[in-house]
Structures are given as C-alpha cells and as structure tokens.
Design a protein around this ligand. Sequence first.
Ligand SMILES: C[S@@+](CC[C@H](N)C(=O)[O-])C[C@H]1O[C@@H](n2cnc3c(N)ncnc32)[C@H](O)[C@@H]1O
Length: 286
Amino acid sequence: MSEKLFNPLEYPICLEFPLWLEETAWAEHIPFAMFLVAALRPRVLVELGAYRGVSYCAFCQAVKSLKTETKCYAVDTWQGDAHAGLLEENVLTKLQAHHNPLYADFSRLVQSTFDEALKHFAENSIDLLHIDGFHTYEAVKHDFQTWLPKMSERGIVLFHDTNVRERDFGVWRFWAELKEKYPHFEFLHGHGLGVLAVGTKIPNELRFLFETDETETKLLRAFFYQFGSRIDAVQTFHAQQNYIKSLQTYEQIVQNSRTMRIYRILKDEGFGSWVKKGTNEFSRNK
Ligand SMILES: C[S@@+](CC[C@H](N)C(=O)[O-])C[C@H]1O[C@@H](n2cnc3c(N)ncnc32)[C@H](O)[C@@H]1O
C-alpha cells in the first residue's frame, strides 16, 4: 500500500479536453499524460514518434495550461514505418498549423531520425521521454538504450503499445525485461502504456504509482481508463464522420464520372435497357 495515494481533485488538468484530436491509438491516455506533466513538472520532455501529434500536443497543452516552463521536443521523420504505414503527405504541415501558433515558444517539431537527434540532447537532461516509434522488440530496445544516458535523475520513460500482441510488435517483451529492473506501472487499455522510473529521485507526487498494491492498481487503471474513454469516443466519432464523408465523395466522383454521364444521356434517349444489357454482358465475359 502506498503512503500517499493519488487524489484526482488535486489534478483538475485531467479533465481538460484535448485541443488536438486526430485519429490515434493514444487518445485514451491523454488524461494520464496531463496528470504526469502536473506531477513531474519536467524541465525537458522528448517524444520519439509523434505522427499526427495527438500525444505530443496533449503534453504541450498541459505544459501551457500549468505553466511548467518545460522545453518540449517531438522527434519524427514524418515518413512512417512498417507499422504506421506511409504517412499522409501533408501530415506535418497540418500539425505545424495547429502546433506552432500555440506552442512554438517552448516546443519544437524536430524532423529527424531518433538516432540523428540524439546529439542535440545533453546527458542527464531529459525528465520525461515518451517512446512511441517503431514497435518491434529490437527497435524499442534500441531506442531505450540509446536515449537512457540522456535521462535525468528524475527520469520517467513512457512506452506505448506494451499490451499489443500481434504481428511483430515486441514492446510487451521488452517491457517484461524492464519491469525486473526498474520501478514501474502499466495501464492495459489503449494498447497499453508502460511508465518506468529510470531516475533515482522520483518526485513525491509520483511515488504512489510505483508502490501500489493490487487493489490500488485496479482502481488507478479503472480511473484513467474511464477518463480516457470519453476522449476516445469523440475521436472514434470524428473518424467515422470522416469515413462517411469520404464515401460521399467517392459516390460523388462515380456520379460525376464520364461513363455515368454517357449512361444518363443514353437513358434519357431511351437506350437504358440496351446499355444495361451491354454492361451485364461485359461483366459476365470479364
Ligand atoms: C505510432 S506513430 C506515433 C503515434 C503518436 N505518438 C500518436 O499520438 O498517435 C510512430 C511514428 O514514429 C515514427 N518513427 C518510427 N521510427 C522512427 C525513427 N527511427 N526515427 C524517426 N521517426 C520514427 C514514424 O514516422 C511514425 O510517425
């Protein structure tokens, strides 16, 4: 049993709704991300793998709301990988349009590989690192090991996808190894989020997370799952609306196509059944 448990009333930031919500598997973790900024008040925060920027902008939003004076960096090639696929052409431009006016005074979107970005960060300087790049065992292990020397004595590392057991995702396997060596907490919802204390001086406000008994663990998981699921529901609703819009656009394209226009003219001229017969014949012989 931990000495001081988490009191949600001390962290109203958990109730903030994200200003930036695109399609993502991360939406359910936003209340925890905001809580973490409040409890850790990181001096430097780095995210490896930002894509559309949902997790990263949630961190930035909390930094701005809470005035924590954190310097933030998102590192990504914005080219995608074998798991995320090839990214949309304008994904970075769209993210910049939201991010720059709100957060450019304390945050940078760094277009680079994780390895190339390493040299820009001093040893023992990062308080909060979020690893959400390529999710094979080898890639996650490499990202952790290369960035570990950059972590400060208050260092916390987040791992997304600790609970994905499909294709060649291997975060869960690496997470099982890390759990043996460091204080940790794991959320199982939203593909899983691992919280690892790599520093030796973890702030009092965060200690409870690494000292919970079974009942507290269940309660904390349930609490953040409930808080996060309302955000995920909105995100899913937006995604479905976009899908319907894309279907409507497709239907519009078909309706406006040259073939459809010729068909309509022929139908108006009384050749409808003739065209239909021809089309059926064509499909049968294909
Ligand atoms: C799962 S997505 C990140 C999702 C994001 N955190 C969110 O909130 O939805 C992974 C991203 O990592 C990037 N990435 C993967 N490996 C990388 C590497 N070695 N260097 C730079 N970017 C990388 C990809 O381009 C992709 O945008």
